[in-house]
Design a protein around this ligand. Structure first.
Ligand code: ATP
Length: 664
């Protein structure tokens, strides 16, 4: 009853009228930021990412070396059409509508197996965003074999019901005829298809914004190429520039194995649900078949501790008994989960991938042995690239002018940061200051005189000094580009003392220097901090492994840098000696009439011997060539290269003609 002075506003009955079920699609349509669609710029990236990740998963699962085509086309001021095709196994006709038109439908959620996707939301959410922002349906072409025609669907998600609505072929989709007729059909429907014996192409039109640089599609594709050296990627960007990332190995990652959940990793509520869902069987059989690492002896021990008969049927076990079984599991020693279900990239391929895309002179990699968090096996890998001439310093004037033409950034400072990977804000400020340009100067409007000033400043400012470590985070080979500070990887890097490895670092900050670091976590279930899969949760077991991985490559970097410093010191010393030896030889020969030339040669020989370190050459594994090869054995997982000119650190676009020209 309403108390005096307050007026009853509604009744339970009236309120009941407005209470109704919320479909998962309605929920995510309203909360699209949870899935990575917070703004038009990110929406574009997320769409490409979901489709490319699916393509890679499908190809690898089918045992096909992936080849992927990505095309982003502007259709109006703030709309883009995104087409992603793979040479994967294709998708069965009847599955297509469910995959692209229903949220939470997928093959990966219910299994514990390493893959990029895990939730079954990704591509249907991208399609839903497209329909919501442009009204255009998702268009899918899929071909499962050479003998069958490609099938074509136009689909819209019905958010109220979370069901697909098929718009073409009277709800059945249509087969695309072969040859000329098919080509015409494809063109007429505003889609594309690279002729392949099998594969899938998804086309989504969406409200989006295309920006290069940090967090862009370009960055995602480049980083994907690093962690997936077995993939060939063709990318035609909105300005019709073509990028081709060619595979550097024909070796597919080995096939990940599916595992059952480990008893330590299952919470009591989930366990109760498993009991309920199970087909009829005894508790002992249930324990042995639904979990990994439960032997008959372990099952018996758990049942005895819980005082539950091992022969009783699972459907007769009540909730208090399940609680007892759960407690008994925690008190029983069970061997840790098998870890051979994880497929790391491997040290050799990390070195190859990094070297292909990141400039540098020294590379190191470490693949840690597998660990376990909450019953889930995982494995950490770390790769490091150091040095190389700064891309701002070895750039040609012509290239700079082209880059200034291409850029869509607003200020020169932004242009520098976005174009040159790894160039921090400090270094960009230094270049702008040295050039004498105004801080907010736009790169497009630079006069020839100002361009000269900028070019001069870029040549002369030693950017390596202020440069910050560039961090690339990966989960199951997928680059993570947002939420950097919330991620266990970043937190562990910040908590590591890099000064011990020859880099400068202020307390609690990222280390400085021309270093790129990649950290990869592979797991059957990656613990993301949210559905948009952008950051790794900070489980202590995971952080410890990351730390050990960082230390492994850090130590090698430290050894390499100390050795390099020694070479430099000795060669400086030798230079000083040589500068004065002529004088010394002359003076001595005046005093004791010694043969000047002979004396000089002898003195030079002594100086060279005393500064022998300066002649030291390292082979590509960091071992000293000549003399004692064991003195700095950095092990197998390092690569040392000639750091001369390398344009990989420049975020730019290469047209097809330019590429052809380069080959001639
Ligand atoms: N290009 C493709 N080729 C073959 N099968 C595909 C392709 N794209 C998607 N699939 C199938 O569709 C399912 C649903 O994909 P979706 O992107 O919605 O979710 P997911 O990849 O399982 O998980 P997540 O939401 O974490 O990305 C996948 O599990 C896969 O079985």
């Amino acid at each position: 009853m309403a108390t005096s002075g307050t007026k009853r506003r509604s009744t339970a009955k009236a309120m009941a009228a407005s209470q109704k079920e919320i479909s998962v699609s309605e929920f995510f349509a309203k909360n699209r930021h949870l899935l990575g669609f917070d703004n038009p710029r990110k929406a574009l990236l997320t769409t490409v990412k979901e489709a490319v990740d699916n393509s890679l998963d499908a190809c690898e699962e089918a045992g096909i070396l992936p080849e992927i085509w990505v095309h982003i086309q502007p259709t109006s001021a703030n709309r883009y059409k995104v087409g992603i095709q793979d040479n994967g196994p294709g998708i069965l006709k009847k599955q297509i509508p469910l995959i692209f038109g229903k949220l939470l439908y997928g093959s990966k959620f219910h299994r514990l197996r390493q893959s990029r996707g895990q939730q079954g939301i990704g591509i249907s959410a991208a399609g839903m965003y497209g329909v919501q922002t442009t009204g255009k349906p998702v268009k899918i072409v899929s071909k499962v074999s050479v003998r069958k025609p490609a099938h074509y669907y136009e689909i819209q998600i019905d958010t109220k019901k979370n069901e697909p609505k098929i718009l073409n072929g009277k709800g059945e989709g249509v087969d695309i005829p072969p040859g000329e007729k098919g080509a015409k059909y494809i063109e007429k429907h505003g889609i594309e298809w690279v002729d392949q014996p099998h594969g899938t192409r998804v086309t989504i039109e969406l409200e989006a914004k295309y920006v290069r640089g940090r967090g862009s599609v370009d960055e995602y594709l480049t980083q994907t190429a690093i962690a997936n050296p077995h993939v060939t990627l063709h990318y035609l960007d909105p300005d019709d520039y073509q990028y081709d990332f060619l595979r550097s190995t024909d070796q597919l990652p080995s096939e990940p194995k599916e595992i059952k959940p480990h008893p330590y990793g299952v919470e009591v509520g989930r366990m109760a649900q498993m009991f309920e869902e199970s087909e009829a069987m005894s508790v002992s059989e249930f324990m042995r078949t639904k979990f990994s690492r439960v032997t008959p002896a372990v099952a018996k021990k758990v049942c005895t501790t819980a005082k539950v008969s091992s022969r009783v049927s699972v459907h007769k076990v009540d909730r208090p008994q399940i609680d007892k079984l759960y407690e008994a599991i925690q008190a029983t020693r069970i061997s840790p989960p098998a870890t051979d279900c994880i497929c790391p990239i491997g040290e050799d391929l990390i070195l190859k991938g990094l070297h292909q895309v990141v400039p540098g002179e020294f590379y190191a990699a470490a693949t840690r042995p597998p660990g376990v968090y909450r019953g889930n096996p995982f494995q950490i890998e770390v790769g490091l690239a150091y040095g190389g001439t700064a891309p701002t310093q070895n750039i040609t004037k012509e290239l700079l002018l082209e880059l200034l033409e291409e850029t869509d950034t607003r200020t020169v400072r932004q242009f520098l940061i976005h174009t040159f990977n790894g160039l921090g804000g400090d270094a960009a400020d230094k270049i702008v200051k040295t050039s004498g340009l105004k801080t907010r100067q736009a790169p497009g409007g630079l006069k020839p005189k100002d361009r000269d000033k900028l070019f001069d400043a870029m040549k002369h400012v030693n950017v390596a000094e202020g440069q910050q470590m560039e961090v690339m985070r990966y989960a199951n080979r997928v680059p993570l580009q947002f939420q950097q500070s919330a991620c266990a990887v970043t937190q562990t890097i910040l908590g590591t003392n890099w000064r011990g490895y020859g880099l400068s670092q202020s307390r609690g900050a990222m280390p400085k220097g021309p270093v790129s670091l990649m950290v990869h976590i592979a797991s059957v279930w990656v613990p993301f901090t949210s559905e948009s899969k952008e950051a790794i949760a900070s489980y202590p077991e995971i952080q410890k492994e990351i730390r050990l991985g960082l230390q492994a490559v850090g130590r090698k970097l430290g050894m390499y840098l100390r050795r390099r410093m020694k070479v430099k010191q000795q060669s400086d010393r030798r230079e000083i000696f040589l500068r004065y030896l002529k004088e010394v030889a002359g003076a001595v020969s005046v005093i004791n009439a010694a043969e000047e030339k002979e004396l000089y040669d002898q003195l030079v020989a002594v100086a060279q011997k005393r500064t022998a370190e300066a002649d030291m050459k390292l082979d590509d594994r960091g071992r000293k060539i000549e003399e004692d090869p064991t003195e700095m054995n950095l092990g197998e997982n390092v690569l040392i290269v000639d750091p001369a000119g390398h344009e990989a650190a420049i975020n730019r676009v290469v047209t097809e003609e330019e590429e052809e020209g380069a080959e001639e």
